[in-house]
Write a new protein. Structure first.
Length: 83
């Protein structure tokens, strides 16, 4: 089996809600979350980077959300950082 391929079930399960929401920061309110463009998992399986599409017409740049991940004993996906 090629590297990065899974032989498990062929069904998807929702593990995180990345729909658009407002992040309140000291400087401004910022809309975060939207359509996922790309995913990249680090080789250790400890971090997952998610590239969220931008919307030029709405003046929102693309964003990268980084999550801390754990696989064993159960899968966990914890928000870590937004770039």
């Amino acid at each position: 089996m090629p590297l990065g391929m899974s032989g498990g079930p062929k069904a998807a399960t929702v593990v995180a809600d990345l729909s658009e929401t407002t992040l309140n920061t000291p400087d401004e309110d910022m809309a975060v979350g939207r359509e996922i463009q790309s995913l990249a998992w680090d080789p250790t399986g400890e971090r997952l980077a998610v590239l969220l599409k931008g919307d030029a017409e709405a003046g929102r740049p693309a964003m990268i959300a980084v999550f801390k991940t754990e696989i064993n004993p159960a899968f966990k996906l914890l928000p870590w950082y937004v770039l």
